[in-house]
Write a protein that binds this ligand. Structure first.
Ligand code: ADP
Ligand code: MG
Length: 329
C-alpha cells in the first residue's frame, strides 16, 4: 500500500461538519487537492493551534492505537476550548515506522470517534515514514474579538476549574496494569480504570469554553498542571493568586488510590480541564444561567504577583520552584 492508498483507505472521511450551518458551509474543500480551502463568514475570527504527540515522550510506545487517535485530537480541541472557539476542521501529520493495517484502522476509529463527538472535520495532512509521531493542527471560529485570552485576570476575580484534577497523572502510575489487569471488580480496580480512562480519553471542555466567552476574564486549559498553567494566566495578566488546598477538586477515584493526592492535582498534567478567572458577580450569573456547569472555586486573584497556597490548617505557603512538566529542563 502506498501513501495515497493509505490516505484513501483510512483518512478520507474522518469527523463531521460543524453543527453551526454557517460554519459547516465555510469548509469549501477537504482532502485530495493540494490545499484545503476555508471561507469564514465575515463576523468570525479564525483561531488555530497545533500539538504534537511523540511516542516515548507523550505516550507509551505500545499505547493502544484507538485511544491515541482519540487523544491526539482531544488535546488539540482542548486548546480551542480554552479560547472559547467553535471547532471547524483539522489537519493531521502522521509519521509511522511501518505500514500496519490493524494499527491504522484502530487509530482512525479513535480519531473519528472524537471528531464526530465534537463536530470537526479532517481536511488534510501529511503522511511520512519514521519514528511514530502525531501532529494535529485544529482550526476553530470565534465571534469577532471574543476569544478568551490569558491576559484578562483582575484582582478580586475568583479562580475556577472545571472537573477534577490530578487524575490523568495518577493514571500513569497504574498504567503498568497491576490493578487494571486484575479480573475481579473491586473498588480499587474501578478507580484505576476510571483514572486510565481520564488519561487516554480526556474530555476537552469545548462546550464549557464557548459558554465561558460571555463570563470569564481569562482562561487556559490545564495541560501541564494547575500551578504551571494558572501561572501562565498570572504572568500574562500581571497579577497574583491565593489558592486553597481544600477547594482543589479531587475525584473519588484518586482519593481511593492515593493517600496524598494533592501534589498530583496541583502539578500533574494531562487533565485538560479549564482554569478560568471571573468576577464574583459574573460567577453568580454563570451559575444561574448554567446550573449544570460544575465548577470549583479554588482561589482569588490578588494584586501582589506570585502564588500563595493556603493549606488545610490555614498556613500560607509561597509557591516556588518547578510547577509542571517542561520539555527542556
Ligand atoms: P502533497 O504531496 O501535495 O503534500 P500528499 O500526497 O501529502 O500531497 O497528500 C495528498 C492529499 O492527502 C492532500 O490533500 C493532503 O492534505 C491529504 N493527506 C495526506 N496525508 C494525510 C493524513 N495523514 N490525513 C489526512 N489527509 C492527508
Ligand atoms: Mg504532503
Amino acid at each position: 500500500m502506498d501513501e495515497f492508498e493509505l490516505i484513501q483507505g483510512y483518512f478520507t472521511d474522518i469527523g463531521a461538519l460543524p453543527l453551526c450551518p454557517d460554519l459547516a458551509r465555510s469548509l469549501r474543500l477537504g482532502i485530495g487537492d493540494d490545499c484545503a480551502v476555508l471561507r469564514l463568514p465575515p463576523s468570525y475570527d479564525l483561531c488555530f493551534s497545533m500539538d504534537t504527540l511523540v511516542a516515548g515522550v507523550h505516550f507509551p510506545q505500545d499505547a493502544p492505537a484507538q485511544r491515541l487517535g482519540y487523544r491526539a485530537l482531544a488535546v488539540n480541541l482542548s486548546d480551542l476550548a480554552a479560547m472559547g472557539a467553535m471547532p471547524l476542521c483539522f489537519t493531521l501529520a502522521l509519521t509511522l515506522p511501518a505500514f500496519d493495517a490493524h494499527w491504522l484502522a484502530s487509530f482512525a476509529a479513535g480519531l473519528d470517534g472524537c471528531a464526530r463527538r465534537f463536530g470537526i472535520k479532517l481536511v488534510g495532512g501529511d503522511t511520512t515514514r519514521g519514528p511514530l509521531s502525531i501532529t494535529i493542527e485544529v482550526k476553530g471560529a470565534i465571534p469577532e474579538g471574543r476569544g478568551l485570552r490569558r491576559t484578562g485576570a483582575q484582582p478580586g476575580d475568583k479562580i475556577c476549574v472545571t472537573g477534577t484534577l490530578g487524575d490523568a497523572h495518577a493514571a500513569l502510575k497504574w498504567l503498568d496494569g497491576s490493578i487494571a489487569g486484575t479480573q475481579e471488580a473491586n473498588p480499587q480496580k474501578m478507580a484505576c480504570d476510571h483514572l486510565i480512562e481520564r488519561y487516554y480519553e480526556p474530555v476537552p471542555r469545548v462546550r464549557e469554553g464557548q459558554l465561558l466567552r460571555e463570563y470569564a476574564s481569562a482562561c487556559i486549559d490545564v495541560s501541564d498542571g494547575l500551578l504551571a498553567d494558572l501561572g501562565h494566566i498570572l504572568k500574562a495578566s500581571g497579577v497574583g493568586a491565593i489558592i486553597r488546598d481544600e477547594s482543589i477538586p479531587l475525584s473519588d477515584a484518586i482519593r481511593c488510590l492515593e493517600s496524598d493526592p494533592l501534589p498530583l492535582a496541583l502539578t500533574g498534567g494531562d487533565d485538560y480541564e479549564l482554569c478560568f478567572t471571573i468576577t464574583p458577580s459574573k460567577l453568580d450569573m454563570l451559575r444561574q444561567a448554567v446550573p449544570e456547569l460544575g465548577v470549583a472555586v479554588i482561589g482569588t486573584i490578588i494584586r501582589e504577583q506570585g502564588m500563595v497556597r493556603v493549606d488545610a490548617q490555614g498556613n500560607h505557603h509561597r509557591v516556588t520552584g518547578r510547577l509542571g512538566y517542561k520539555h527542556f529542563e
